[in-house]
Ligand binder design. Structure first.
Ligand code: ADP
Ligand code: ADP
Length: 229
């Protein structure tokens, strides 16, 4: 469930300056495809089109064979879990932030999601556990802890599709490895679109697309791309 298809996608924010110039690729259901490339290549734009922050000018973006323009934004967003580079949390409790959008989820569900995201060890540090407020006047979470909250939110939401948009690139190397492990658990058997800067961070992807100036410069598995070098 959740197969994604980009077919001959053209997109520009400003008609005078094309950003995506005929992009075609698929993410088969349950697989992981990574898009890598230099800053400004158009990588995040791809994820915004999938999420329907913007609509394409020509070509098509579809999920399970259905054009995203024919799907309501609400149902599209409930099918997609997104872990961005810098998670912005509400000035509310950790539990609220994990439960966000799913008020009916039980405390047990929230805790299970947190444990899958491996945040239990920092919640142990809090006497009130999940009920401690985060934000300006509350608890200050590190970048890695915020990413764990975002991952836990995604676990709870259990969407068929996952977008990881530079989800580890703001972290130090040790934290990055830790968060990557949690992301690997969450993305297993889920249709996943990974946006990344460096090839070395997406070794396990089923396919890697190298995007340059809005065009696909190369594609293949990690091993195949290394051979071409
Ligand atoms: P990447 O994720 O590969 O760094 P982006 O998709 O964020 O690239 O951006 C591709 C190009 O589109 C960049 O040149 C960027 O300046 C431009 N761009 C991104 N967002 C907007 C926007 N909202 N309005 C106008 N131009 C934008
Ligand atoms: P849904 O409730 O189906 O998740 P939304 O469009 O409300 O859909 O939000 C999509 C995702 O974006 C949420 O799951 C959440 O992870 C994130 N999100 C939206 N708004 C915020 C926000 N203000 N602060 C933090 N995360 C947010």
């Amino acid at each position: 469930q959740g197969a994604i298809s980009f077919k001959d996608v053209h997109f520009s924010y400003d008609p005078a300056r094309p950003i995506l110039k005929g992009i075609s690729f698929e993410v088969p259901a349950g697989k992981t495809v990574a898009v890598v490339g230099p800053s400004g290549a158009g990588k995040s734009t791809l994820s915004r089109l999938l999420y329907r922050f913007y609509d394409i000018q020509s070509g098509s973006v579809s999920v399970d064979g259905q054009d995203v323009r024919a799907v309501t934004q609400k149902s599209l967003r409930s099918a997609i879990g997104m872990v961005p580079q810098d998670t912005v949390l509400f000035n509310d409790t950790v539990a609220y932030n994990i439960r966000y959008g799913r008020p009916s989820a039980s405390d047990a569900d929230v805790k299970t999601a947190a444990e899958i995201a491996q945040i239990a060890h920092f919640i142990d540090l809090l006497p009130e556990g999940f009920d401690t407020k985060v934000g300006e006047r509350g608890l200050k979470l590190s970048g890695g802890e915020k990413q764990r909250v975002a991952i836990a939110r995604t676990v709870l939401k259990a969407p068929p599709i996952l977008i990881l948009d530079e989800a580890t690139s703001a972290l130090d190397t040790t934290t990055e490895r830790d968060i990557q492990t949690a992301l690997d658990v969450v993305s297993k058997n889920r249709t996943t679109l990974v946006i990344a800067h460096r090839l070395s961070t997406v070794i396990g992807a089923d396919e890697i697309i190298v995007l340059k100036s809005g065009e696909i410069a190369e594609r293949g598995t990690h091993a195949e791309l290394l051979q071409k070098k």
